[in-house]
Design a protein around this ligand. Structure first.
Ligand SMILES: Cc1cc2nc3c(=O)[nH]c(=O)nc-3n(C[C@H](O)[C@H](O)[C@H](O)COP(=O)(O)OP(=O)(O)OC[C@H]3O[C@@H](n4cnc5c(N)ncnc54)[C@H](O)[C@@H]3O)c2cc1C
Length: 438
């Protein structure tokens, strides 16, 4: 009987473990929490969402939405639980993180094929089939071991978390419920600002002390699509008004007035007692975060239950290390999955865990590994991260730029929605015929 080791019961590791179990392969799943923390995770549950509770779009004309539909076709175990954990969030697919991770933990702990070992892994057993899914916050000891295995220095960037507040502490004489452009139900809470209120907020933000980075972190790089608000603000007074605080399409029915800026809050748990500040990831000192949040109209007495924090976010040089099957180039027994490979984001991490789980099952059963074509979003992602020609490799979200283009007449090329729909249908058909030919 062959066993597979999985290091890390995060998003990718949990999906990979459940895939192997589905194929009746025994797994030793190592997770260091609750013995050792990552600094960002708050519980000892598996598949915890560390920051936002949103997985982006579920619409196939959106790149991340297409990836989710591909994952469903490929038999993801986490996707149905995500849909079951849904909370209202307009066009976005957002979940009750506590409900979701409790469900996944129970699925894993009660699975006869999965043996959970609550321990920090510090060595890689190169003779045992192993999936390394230890995430962007891989423990230091294991990071040294991985570095020795791949023979390369780590790459990294910085990522910050957004604060969460209690809904009962919001002043609804100022705040109002509405989705942007009045689409769907009114799921979001909006805190509108006048020009004067925004300028006061901006001045607190720009003058607030940040938590000092360690000396080796001084030249911190950030992931552009997840910048801390203080970094966005440092680029100019209006950048936030054109970014996370944009007021367009958010007019309070009571005043019918255009706002100068709007802070949006998204439901964070199923019973709607907690809300997170959308796009508000920050590394300000906690006292400053409190002052800043309390300067927002409607949030003057907000009870902050989680403050923003920043973390070093580690990834390997996948182009030199991995094949697009997520197997290492150096040793066929060793696979990598999740954010550590440079597939950036919750959905992408689960998707790579899914492919890795499928491929490890095939490896154990001496079957050819799957390398999805770049006409699919998952294939495009794994080909991107394993492309040896990268000069300056950086993590990547799902996006239409990496997927193989399609010959289209001029009229369709100009219609983005129609074009994406055609690319998406082609991708889903490719997955179907791929599965039929296995
Ligand atoms: C601070 C922060 C905020 C983020 N915010 C977002 C966001 O808002 N939206 C988004 O889409 N993505 C976000 N990401 C990126 C990414 O989607 C998440 O980090 C996601 O959880 C990655 O999934 P994963 O399975 O690769 O890693 P994780 O979910 O982190 O799982 C890795 C697991 O491995 C365990 N582990 C680590 N080392 C060891 C060891 N030596 N032995 C045993 N276990 C170990 C950890 O405890 C953890 O449970 C964020 C990342 C960070 C760091």
């Amino acid at each position: 009987m062959r066993r597979v080791i999985i290091i890390g019961a995060g998003l990718a590791g949990s999906e990979a473990a459940l895939q192997l179990a589905k194929n009746k392969i025994y797994v030793d799943l190592y997770e260091m929490r609750d013995k050792k923390t990552t600094g960002a995770h708050k519980t000892d549950k598996f598949a915890e969402f560390v920051c936002s509770n949103s997985l982006g779009s579920y619409d196939i004309t959106n790149a991340s939405g297409l990836l989710k539909h591909e994952m469903e076709k490929l038999g993801s175990v986490l996707m149905p639980v995500i849909l079951e954990s849904k909370v209202p969030a307009g066009c976005a697919l957002a979940i009750d993180r506590e409900y979701f991770s409790s469900k996944i933990t129970s699925l894993i702990e009660n699975n006869p094929y999965i043996n959970v070992i609550r321990e920090e892994v510090t060595t890689i057993e190169e003779n045992t089939p192993t999936i390394i899914a230890s995430g962007p916050l891989t423990s230091d000891n294991l990071a040294v071991e991985i570095k020795n295995f791949i023979g390369e220095d780590y790459l990294y960037f910085f990522d910050a978390i957004a604060p969460i507040i209690e809904k009962d502490s919001i002043d609804f004489s100022k705040a109002f419920y509405l989705n942007r452009y009045n689409k769907g139900n009114a799921d979001y809470i909006n805190c509108p600002m006048t020009k004067e209120e925004y300028e006061k907020f901006y001045s607190i933000l720009i003058n607030s002390p940040k938590i000092e980075l360690k000396s080796f972190e001084k030249n911190a790089k950030f992931f552009e699509s997840c910048l801390p608000i203080e970094v966005i603000a440092s680029r100019g007074i209006d950048t936030l008004r054109f970014g996370p605080l944009k007021p367009i399409g958010l007019i309070d029915e009571r005043t019918k007035q255009e706002n100068y800026a709007v802070v949006q809050l998204r439901q964070d748990n199923k019973n709607a007692t907690l809300y997170n500040l959308v796009g508000f990831q920050t590394n300000l000192k906690w006292g400053s975060q409190k002052e800043l949040i309390h300067s927002i109209p409607g949030l003057e007495n907000a009870n902050i239950i989680r403050y923003g924090v920043m973390h070093r976010n580690t990834f390997i040089n996948s182009p030199k290390t991995l094949k697009s099957s997520l197997q290492s180039r150096k040793n066929n027994n060793i696979f990598f999955a999740g954010q550590i490979t440079g597939t950036e984001g919750y959905t992408e991490s689960i998707a790579s865990g899914l492919l890795c789980g499928i491929n490890m099952s095939r490896y154990i059963n001496n079957l050819e590994l799957i390398e999805l074509p770049s006409t699919t979003m998952l294939g495009a992602l794994t080909h991107y991260i394993s492309f040896e020609g990268h000069k300056n490799f950086q993590p990547i979200n799902s996006n239409w730029g990496i997927i193989d283009s399609i010959e289209l007449d001029k009229k369709i090329r100009k219609n983005k929605k129609l074009k994406n729909e055609m690319l998406a249908n082609r991708a889903l058909n490719t997955i179907d015929s791929f599965l039929n030919n296995l």
